[in-house]
Design a protein around this ligand. Structure first.
Ligand code: C5P
Length: 202
């Protein structure tokens, strides 16, 4: 029998990482932040690796080698993420992960559409560009006082556009996904709303 899979997709800083982690902890499910896979390949690309080769040889310790939160790594990730061979190289790992006992939460951009189209529960989290840029600004400003709000907003805008318009697995809500707008929600409110919805489905 296949495991319960919860697919949580959405754009940068929509809250999907924090919500996904909280849901996985409440349900004691495994959790995979698939953005980390693309970020690690982006980091390798910035070091001079060829993206397809980096994706095919990705190892779990690559995920701990870099500071994956860096904005330049996020940008590089969204560039290499448009290469179909890079995406294909990550598919099997993500699908195997989704079948781990007792269930799994995966977050990303194409989980409900491509990686786990049969997921029992699909969520698409979104929020206005301004609300997302504000969140990311507060987060990044803790480590880098020099980074400006305008720069972050522009980086997220570019990443949204690239992720939405790429040919291979563009970021889009699955037809059967439940959409939540988190612009005006605190993180606790977002977690509660999503969790309440999941409970009606499990
Ligand atoms: O979610 P996160 O911001 O860490 O993702 C970084 C980048 O990786 C995204 O902008 C996107 O281009 C890519 N990505 C993707 N598919 C996923 C997860 C991330 O294309 N499932």
């Amino acid at each position: 029998m296949s495991q319960t899979v919860i697919a949580i997709d959405g754009p940068a800083a929509s809250g999907k990482g924090t919500v996904s982690k909280a849901i996985s902890e409440k349900l004691q499910f495994n959790y995979l932040d698939t953005g980390k896979l693309y970020r690690a390949i982006g980091a390798k690309y910035l070091e001079g690796y060829q993206p397809i080769a980096a994706a095919r040889s990705l190892e779990s310790n690559d995920l701990d080698k870099y500071d994956l939160q860096k904005p330049e790594i996020a940008q590089a990730a969204s560039e290499i993420a448009s290469i179909p061979e890079v995406r294909a190289a990550l598919l099997e790992f993500q699908r195997n992960f989704s079948q781990k006992m007792p269930g799994a939460v995966l977050d990303g951009r194409d989980i409900g559409t491509v990686v786990c189209p049969d997921a029992k529960i699909k969520i698409f989290l979104t929020a206005s560009l301004e609300a997302r840029a504000k969140r990311r600004y507060v987060e990044l400003n803790r480590h880098d006082k020099k980074i400006s709000f305008e720069t972050i907003l522009e980086q997220i805008r570019q990443r949204d556009e690239r992720d939405q318009t790429r040919r291979s697995s563009p970021m889009i809500a699955a037809k059967d996904a439940k959409i939540f707008d988190t612009s005006k929600l605190s993180i606790n409110e977002a977690v509660d709303k999503v969790f309440n919805y999941i409970q009606t489905k499990i």
